[in-house]
Design a protein around this ligand. Structure first.
Ligand SMILES: NC(=O)c1ccc[n+]([C@@H]2O[C@H](COP(=O)([O-])OP(=O)(O)OC[C@H]3O[C@@H](n4cnc5c(N)ncnc54)[C@H](O)[C@@H]3O)[C@@H](O)[C@H]2O)c1
Length: 361
Protein backbone atom coordinates (compact mmCIF):
# COMPACT_ATOMS: atom_id res chain seq x y z
CA UNK A 1 0.00 0.00 0.00
CA UNK A 2 1.22 3.51 -0.86
CA UNK A 3 0.23 6.16 1.69
CA UNK A 4 0.29 9.76 0.45
CA UNK A 5 0.46 12.95 2.51
CA UNK A 6 -0.25 16.13 0.52
CA UNK A 7 0.64 19.57 1.84
CA UNK A 8 -2.51 21.30 3.13
CA UNK A 9 -3.64 24.22 0.94
CA UNK A 10 -6.53 25.71 2.94
CA UNK A 11 -6.00 29.35 3.90
CA UNK A 12 -3.70 29.62 6.91
CA UNK A 13 -3.53 25.85 7.43
CA UNK A 14 -0.40 24.73 9.30
CA UNK A 15 -1.21 21.15 10.26
CA UNK A 16 -0.01 17.99 8.55
CA UNK A 17 -1.65 14.57 8.69
CA UNK A 18 1.47 12.55 9.60
CA UNK A 19 4.38 13.11 11.96
CA UNK A 20 7.81 11.54 11.34
CA UNK A 21 7.05 9.15 14.23
CA UNK A 22 3.90 7.79 12.56
CA UNK A 23 5.81 7.64 9.28
CA UNK A 24 8.52 5.51 10.90
CA UNK A 25 5.88 3.12 12.22
CA UNK A 26 4.26 2.69 8.79
CA UNK A 27 7.59 2.24 7.02
CA UNK A 28 8.48 -0.46 9.59
CA UNK A 29 5.26 -2.18 8.47
CA UNK A 30 6.74 -2.17 4.94
CA UNK A 31 4.38 0.52 3.62
CA UNK A 32 5.60 3.10 1.13
CA UNK A 33 5.04 6.66 2.39
CA UNK A 34 5.04 9.60 -0.03
CA UNK A 35 5.12 13.08 1.53
CA UNK A 36 4.72 16.28 -0.46
CA UNK A 37 7.67 18.62 -0.10
CA UNK A 38 7.32 20.95 2.92
CA UNK A 39 4.06 19.27 4.00
CA UNK A 40 5.13 19.37 7.67
CA UNK A 41 7.15 22.55 7.61
CA UNK A 42 4.64 24.89 9.24
CA UNK A 43 4.09 22.37 12.04
CA UNK A 44 7.84 22.25 12.60
CA UNK A 45 8.48 18.87 10.91
CA UNK A 46 11.14 19.06 8.20
CA UNK A 47 11.48 16.95 5.05
CA UNK A 48 14.75 15.48 6.27
CA UNK A 49 13.00 14.15 9.42
CA UNK A 50 10.51 12.32 7.19
CA UNK A 51 13.34 11.06 4.97
CA UNK A 52 15.16 9.77 8.03
CA UNK A 53 11.90 8.02 8.98
CA UNK A 54 11.89 6.28 5.59
CA UNK A 55 9.51 8.45 3.54
CA UNK A 56 9.99 9.58 -0.04
CA UNK A 57 9.55 13.31 -0.65
CA UNK A 58 7.58 14.33 -3.76
CA UNK A 59 7.94 17.83 -5.21
CA UNK A 60 4.57 17.80 -6.98
CA UNK A 61 1.17 17.21 -5.30
CA UNK A 62 0.04 15.36 -8.44
CA UNK A 63 2.72 12.74 -7.74
CA UNK A 64 1.35 12.18 -4.24
CA UNK A 65 -2.32 12.04 -5.26
CA UNK A 66 -1.53 10.05 -8.40
CA UNK A 67 0.38 7.26 -6.61
CA UNK A 68 -1.37 6.98 -3.24
CA UNK A 69 -3.84 4.18 -2.46
CA UNK A 70 -4.57 5.90 0.84
CA UNK A 71 -4.43 9.70 0.99
CA UNK A 72 -4.12 11.11 4.50
CA UNK A 73 -5.08 14.75 4.94
CA UNK A 74 -6.22 17.16 7.61
CA UNK A 75 -8.78 19.45 5.95
CA UNK A 76 -11.35 18.56 3.30
CA UNK A 77 -10.07 18.68 -0.30
CA UNK A 78 -10.60 22.09 -1.90
CA UNK A 79 -11.72 22.67 -5.47
CA UNK A 80 -8.15 22.68 -6.80
CA UNK A 81 -7.74 19.18 -5.38
CA UNK A 82 -10.97 17.63 -6.72
CA UNK A 83 -9.39 16.65 -10.05
CA UNK A 84 -6.44 15.04 -8.29
CA UNK A 85 -8.66 12.47 -6.57
CA UNK A 86 -9.08 9.23 -8.47
CA UNK A 87 -11.29 6.16 -8.54
CA UNK A 88 -10.21 3.39 -6.21
CA UNK A 89 -8.53 5.77 -3.82
CA UNK A 90 -9.28 5.97 -0.10
CA UNK A 91 -9.28 9.42 1.48
CA UNK A 92 -8.99 9.70 5.26
CA UNK A 93 -9.47 13.29 6.49
CA UNK A 94 -12.00 15.77 7.89
CA UNK A 95 -14.76 16.09 5.26
CA UNK A 96 -17.64 18.01 6.92
CA UNK A 97 -19.77 17.23 3.85
CA UNK A 98 -22.99 18.68 5.32
CA UNK A 99 -21.37 22.10 4.80
CA UNK A 100 -19.56 21.20 1.54
CA UNK A 101 -21.99 19.83 -1.07
CA UNK A 102 -19.58 20.47 -3.99
CA UNK A 103 -17.01 18.20 -2.36
CA UNK A 104 -19.71 15.57 -1.86
CA UNK A 105 -20.44 15.68 -5.61
CA UNK A 106 -16.73 15.43 -6.45
CA UNK A 107 -16.22 12.40 -4.17
CA UNK A 108 -19.23 10.73 -5.80
CA UNK A 109 -18.07 11.56 -9.33
CA UNK A 110 -14.56 10.28 -8.64
CA UNK A 111 -15.91 7.22 -6.78
CA UNK A 112 -13.55 7.83 -3.87
CA UNK A 113 -13.94 5.92 -0.60
CA UNK A 114 -14.17 8.92 1.72
CA UNK A 115 -13.66 8.23 5.43
CA UNK A 116 -14.38 11.34 7.51
CA UNK A 117 -12.45 11.84 10.74
CA UNK A 118 -15.45 13.62 12.25
CA UNK A 119 -17.83 10.64 12.01
CA UNK A 120 -15.43 7.89 13.15
CA UNK A 121 -16.78 6.58 16.45
CA UNK A 122 -15.28 5.07 19.60
CA UNK A 123 -16.96 2.08 21.29
CA UNK A 124 -18.99 4.45 23.53
CA UNK A 125 -20.33 6.39 20.52
CA UNK A 126 -18.07 9.41 21.09
CA UNK A 127 -16.08 10.99 18.27
CA UNK A 128 -12.37 10.39 19.02
CA UNK A 129 -10.99 12.20 15.95
CA UNK A 130 -13.09 15.31 16.47
CA UNK A 131 -12.35 15.53 20.18
CA UNK A 132 -8.74 16.81 20.25
CA UNK A 133 -9.35 19.51 17.63
CA UNK A 134 -12.56 20.57 19.38
CA UNK A 135 -10.69 20.86 22.66
CA UNK A 136 -8.08 23.05 20.98
CA UNK A 137 -10.69 25.17 19.18
CA UNK A 138 -12.61 25.61 22.44
CA UNK A 139 -9.55 26.90 24.26
CA UNK A 140 -8.58 29.12 21.33
CA UNK A 141 -12.10 30.59 21.10
CA UNK A 142 -11.60 32.37 24.41
CA UNK A 143 -8.12 33.64 23.45
CA UNK A 144 -9.50 34.89 20.14
CA UNK A 145 -12.55 36.41 21.82
CA UNK A 146 -10.40 38.23 24.39
CA UNK A 147 -8.20 39.58 21.58
CA UNK A 148 -11.09 40.94 19.51
CA UNK A 149 -12.72 42.48 22.61
CA UNK A 150 -9.72 44.79 22.78
CA UNK A 151 -10.53 48.34 21.65
CA UNK A 152 -7.80 48.47 18.98
CA UNK A 153 -9.18 45.26 17.45
CA UNK A 154 -12.73 46.59 17.05
CA UNK A 155 -14.11 45.35 20.39
CA UNK A 156 -15.83 47.01 23.32
CA UNK A 157 -12.66 47.25 25.40
CA UNK A 158 -13.80 44.75 28.05
CA UNK A 159 -11.12 42.77 29.90
CA UNK A 160 -12.66 39.32 30.36
CA UNK A 161 -11.37 38.85 33.90
CA UNK A 162 -11.85 42.47 34.97
CA UNK A 163 -9.91 43.47 38.09
CA UNK A 164 -11.12 43.80 41.68
CA UNK A 165 -13.70 46.59 41.78
CA UNK A 166 -14.87 46.10 38.15
CA UNK A 167 -17.32 43.63 36.63
CA UNK A 168 -15.82 40.68 34.74
CA UNK A 169 -16.77 40.15 31.09
CA UNK A 170 -19.79 37.96 30.41
CA UNK A 171 -19.14 34.88 28.29
CA UNK A 172 -21.97 32.72 26.91
CA UNK A 173 -21.12 29.28 25.54
CA UNK A 174 -23.66 27.37 23.42
CA UNK A 175 -22.89 23.65 23.76
CA UNK A 176 -21.18 21.88 26.67
CA UNK A 177 -19.40 19.17 24.65
CA UNK A 178 -15.69 18.93 23.92
CA UNK A 179 -15.19 22.43 22.56
CA UNK A 180 -17.69 24.09 24.90
CA UNK A 181 -16.22 22.48 28.03
CA UNK A 182 -12.71 23.59 27.07
CA UNK A 183 -13.89 27.10 26.27
CA UNK A 184 -15.49 27.10 29.72
CA UNK A 185 -12.20 26.05 31.33
CA UNK A 186 -10.30 28.90 29.66
CA UNK A 187 -12.97 31.53 30.33
CA UNK A 188 -13.30 30.63 34.01
CA UNK A 189 -9.51 30.49 34.26
CA UNK A 190 -9.41 34.09 33.06
CA UNK A 191 -11.99 35.10 35.66
CA UNK A 192 -14.91 35.78 33.32
CA UNK A 193 -18.59 35.39 34.25
CA UNK A 194 -19.52 32.22 32.31
CA UNK A 195 -22.92 30.83 31.26
CA UNK A 196 -23.07 27.49 29.42
CA UNK A 197 -26.19 26.20 27.65
CA UNK A 198 -26.85 22.71 26.30
CA UNK A 199 -29.84 20.51 25.45
CA UNK A 200 -28.18 17.55 27.18
CA UNK A 201 -28.69 17.88 30.93
CA UNK A 202 -25.95 15.30 31.68
CA UNK A 203 -23.37 17.64 30.15
CA UNK A 204 -24.67 20.49 32.32
CA UNK A 205 -24.63 18.27 35.44
CA UNK A 206 -20.98 17.40 34.79
CA UNK A 207 -19.94 21.04 34.39
CA UNK A 208 -21.94 22.12 37.42
CA UNK A 209 -20.22 19.45 39.53
CA UNK A 210 -16.80 20.46 38.19
CA UNK A 211 -17.14 24.20 38.81
CA UNK A 212 -19.03 24.11 42.14
CA UNK A 213 -21.37 26.98 41.32
CA UNK A 214 -18.70 29.23 39.72
CA UNK A 215 -20.55 29.07 36.37
CA UNK A 216 -24.22 29.27 35.38
CA UNK A 217 -25.61 26.29 33.46
CA UNK A 218 -28.88 26.60 31.53
CA UNK A 219 -30.98 24.33 29.38
CA UNK A 220 -30.67 25.53 25.80
CA UNK A 221 -34.03 26.88 24.64
CA UNK A 222 -34.82 30.16 22.90
CA UNK A 223 -35.91 31.96 26.08
CA UNK A 224 -32.78 31.01 28.01
CA UNK A 225 -30.44 31.81 25.12
CA UNK A 226 -32.10 35.21 24.71
CA UNK A 227 -31.80 35.99 28.42
CA UNK A 228 -28.18 34.85 28.61
CA UNK A 229 -27.15 36.87 25.58
CA UNK A 230 -28.62 40.18 26.70
CA UNK A 231 -25.68 42.29 27.85
CA UNK A 232 -23.11 39.56 27.10
CA UNK A 233 -19.61 40.36 25.80
CA UNK A 234 -18.49 37.13 24.17
CA UNK A 235 -20.69 34.47 22.56
CA UNK A 236 -19.08 31.14 21.67
CA UNK A 237 -20.96 28.73 19.38
CA UNK A 238 -19.95 25.12 20.18
CA UNK A 239 -22.96 22.95 19.31
CA UNK A 240 -22.96 19.80 17.23
CA UNK A 241 -25.53 17.39 15.89
CA UNK A 242 -23.17 14.75 14.46
CA UNK A 243 -22.94 14.78 10.64
CA UNK A 244 -25.82 17.26 10.34
CA UNK A 245 -25.88 20.96 9.64
CA UNK A 246 -25.59 22.86 12.91
CA UNK A 247 -28.94 24.18 14.22
CA UNK A 248 -29.36 27.97 14.53
CA UNK A 249 -29.37 28.52 18.28
CA UNK A 250 -28.77 32.30 18.46
CA UNK A 251 -30.92 34.44 16.19
CA UNK A 252 -30.07 37.81 14.62
CA UNK A 253 -32.17 39.61 17.27
CA UNK A 254 -30.39 37.83 20.10
CA UNK A 255 -26.99 38.81 18.69
CA UNK A 256 -28.28 42.38 18.38
CA UNK A 257 -28.97 42.38 22.13
CA UNK A 258 -25.29 41.82 22.93
CA UNK A 259 -23.23 44.78 24.10
CA UNK A 260 -21.87 47.02 21.34
CA UNK A 261 -18.38 45.86 20.45
CA UNK A 262 -19.21 42.36 21.68
CA UNK A 263 -17.64 39.36 19.95
CA UNK A 264 -19.10 36.18 18.46
CA UNK A 265 -16.81 33.18 17.87
CA UNK A 266 -18.70 30.37 16.10
CA UNK A 267 -16.59 27.22 16.37
CA UNK A 268 -19.42 25.21 14.76
CA UNK A 269 -18.91 27.03 11.44
CA UNK A 270 -17.45 23.86 9.89
CA UNK A 271 -20.96 22.38 10.16
CA UNK A 272 -22.58 25.57 8.90
CA UNK A 273 -22.56 27.61 12.15
CA UNK A 274 -25.09 27.90 14.99
CA UNK A 275 -25.54 31.69 14.94
CA UNK A 276 -27.90 33.27 12.40
CA UNK A 277 -25.56 36.14 11.48
CA UNK A 278 -22.49 33.95 10.89
CA UNK A 279 -20.66 33.11 7.69
CA UNK A 280 -17.21 31.53 7.28
CA UNK A 281 -14.13 33.74 7.57
CA UNK A 282 -10.44 32.91 7.13
CA UNK A 283 -7.15 33.37 8.98
CA UNK A 284 -6.37 36.15 6.48
CA UNK A 285 -9.64 38.02 7.10
CA UNK A 286 -10.92 36.55 10.36
CA UNK A 287 -13.71 38.99 11.29
CA UNK A 288 -16.60 41.16 10.06
CA UNK A 289 -19.12 43.29 11.95
CA UNK A 290 -22.93 42.83 12.06
CA UNK A 291 -25.17 44.95 14.31
CA UNK A 292 -22.11 46.34 16.10
CA UNK A 293 -20.87 42.84 17.02
CA UNK A 294 -17.53 41.46 15.78
CA UNK A 295 -18.01 38.03 14.15
CA UNK A 296 -15.21 35.42 13.92
CA UNK A 297 -15.81 32.07 12.19
CA UNK A 298 -12.62 30.45 10.94
CA UNK A 299 -13.29 26.79 10.08
CA UNK A 300 -9.73 25.66 10.82
CA UNK A 301 -8.91 27.35 14.11
CA UNK A 302 -6.47 24.64 15.29
CA UNK A 303 -4.15 25.76 12.48
CA UNK A 304 -3.25 28.71 14.75
CA UNK A 305 -1.30 26.23 16.86
CA UNK A 306 -0.11 23.85 14.17
CA UNK A 307 2.48 22.03 16.22
CA UNK A 308 0.20 21.15 19.15
CA UNK A 309 -2.67 20.39 16.80
CA UNK A 310 -0.63 18.10 14.56
CA UNK A 311 0.65 16.10 17.50
CA UNK A 312 -2.83 15.88 19.08
CA UNK A 313 -4.52 14.94 15.79
CA UNK A 314 -2.02 12.30 14.69
CA UNK A 315 -2.01 10.66 18.13
CA UNK A 316 -5.76 10.23 17.70
CA UNK A 317 -5.67 9.05 14.06
CA UNK A 318 -2.67 6.71 14.49
CA UNK A 319 -4.54 3.53 15.58
CA UNK A 320 -6.95 3.89 12.65
CA UNK A 321 -4.21 4.65 10.11
CA UNK A 322 -2.23 1.65 11.37
CA UNK A 323 -5.32 -0.58 11.07
CA UNK A 324 -5.99 0.60 7.49
CA UNK A 325 -2.34 0.06 6.53
CA UNK A 326 -1.94 -3.25 8.32
CA UNK A 327 -5.17 -5.02 7.37
CA UNK A 328 -6.01 -3.23 4.14
CA UNK A 329 -8.98 -0.89 3.87
CA UNK A 330 -11.84 -3.39 3.50
CA UNK A 331 -10.71 -5.72 6.31
CA UNK A 332 -10.00 -2.79 8.61
CA UNK A 333 -13.52 -1.44 8.00
CA UNK A 334 -15.07 -4.88 8.52
CA UNK A 335 -13.22 -5.42 11.80
CA UNK A 336 -13.64 -1.90 13.24
CA UNK A 337 -17.31 -0.81 13.26
CA UNK A 338 -16.33 2.59 14.67
CA UNK A 339 -13.99 3.22 11.74
CA UNK A 340 -16.72 2.01 9.35
CA UNK A 341 -18.99 4.77 10.80
CA UNK A 342 -16.48 7.17 9.27
CA UNK A 343 -17.31 6.06 5.71
CA UNK A 344 -19.19 8.97 4.11
CA UNK A 345 -18.82 8.13 0.40
CA UNK A 346 -18.38 4.86 -1.44
CA UNK A 347 -18.87 3.64 -5.03
CA UNK A 348 -20.28 6.96 -6.21
CA UNK A 349 -22.81 7.45 -3.39
CA UNK A 350 -23.08 9.19 -0.05
CA UNK A 351 -23.57 6.29 2.34
CA UNK A 352 -23.48 7.87 5.80
CA UNK A 353 -27.17 8.08 6.81
CA UNK A 354 -27.03 11.52 8.48
CA UNK A 355 -24.89 13.04 5.72
CA UNK A 356 -27.18 11.52 3.07
CA UNK A 357 -30.18 13.02 4.89
CA UNK A 358 -28.66 16.48 4.32
CA UNK A 359 -27.14 16.06 0.84
CA UNK A 360 -29.11 13.17 -0.61
CA UNK A 361 -27.46 9.84 -1.54
N1 LIG B 1 -13.82 25.92 13.75
C1 LIG B 1 -12.91 25.00 14.03
O1 LIG B 1 -11.72 25.18 13.79
C2 LIG B 1 -13.33 23.72 14.70
C3 LIG B 1 -12.39 22.88 15.28
C4 LIG B 1 -12.82 21.73 15.93
C5 LIG B 1 -14.18 21.42 15.98
N2 LIG B 1 -15.06 22.26 15.39
C6 LIG B 1 -16.51 22.04 15.42
O2 LIG B 1 -17.05 22.44 16.66
C7 LIG B 1 -18.35 21.86 16.77
C8 LIG B 1 -18.54 21.28 18.16
O3 LIG B 1 -17.74 20.12 18.29
P1 LIG B 1 -17.63 19.33 19.69
O4 LIG B 1 -16.59 18.30 19.52
O5 LIG B 1 -17.54 20.28 20.82
O6 LIG B 1 -19.04 18.59 19.74
P2 LIG B 1 -19.65 17.78 20.96
O7 LIG B 1 -20.53 16.73 20.37
O8 LIG B 1 -18.60 17.35 21.94
O9 LIG B 1 -20.54 18.89 21.69
C9 LIG B 1 -21.62 19.47 21.05
C10 LIG B 1 -22.66 19.80 22.10
O10 LIG B 1 -23.69 20.55 21.45
C11 LIG B 1 -24.88 20.22 22.16
N3 LIG B 1 -26.03 20.72 21.42
C12 LIG B 1 -26.69 20.17 20.36
N4 LIG B 1 -27.73 20.96 20.01
C13 LIG B 1 -27.72 22.04 20.86
C14 LIG B 1 -28.52 23.19 21.02
N5 LIG B 1 -29.58 23.42 20.24
N6 LIG B 1 -28.20 24.07 22.00
C15 LIG B 1 -27.14 23.87 22.80
N7 LIG B 1 -26.34 22.78 22.70
C16 LIG B 1 -26.64 21.88 21.76
C17 LIG B 1 -24.80 18.72 22.32
O11 LIG B 1 -25.68 18.25 23.30
C18 LIG B 1 -23.32 18.57 22.70
O12 LIG B 1 -23.14 18.56 24.11
C19 LIG B 1 -18.43 20.83 15.63
O13 LIG B 1 -19.13 21.38 14.54
C20 LIG B 1 -16.99 20.62 15.27
O14 LIG B 1 -16.82 20.14 13.95
C21 LIG B 1 -14.65 23.39 14.74
Amino acid sequence: MIIGVPREIKNGETRVSMTPNLCRRLVAMRKRVLIERDAGRSAGFLDREYEQAGAEIAADPDDVWGAADLVLKVKEPLEGEFERMREGQTLFTYLHLAAAPALGQALKRKRVLGIAYETVEAADGSLPLLKPMSQIAGRLAVQVGAYFLQSQNGGSGVLLGGIPGTSPGRVVILGAGNSGAHACRMATGMGAHVTVLDVDSRKLDALDAEYHGRIVTLVSNPANVERALAESDLLIGAVLIPAARAPIVATRDMVGAMRDGGVVVDIAIDQGGCIETIHPTSHEEPTYVVQGVVHYAVPNMPAMVGRTSTIALTQATEPFVVALADKGVERALAEHPGLARGVNTRDGSIVHPQVAAVLGG
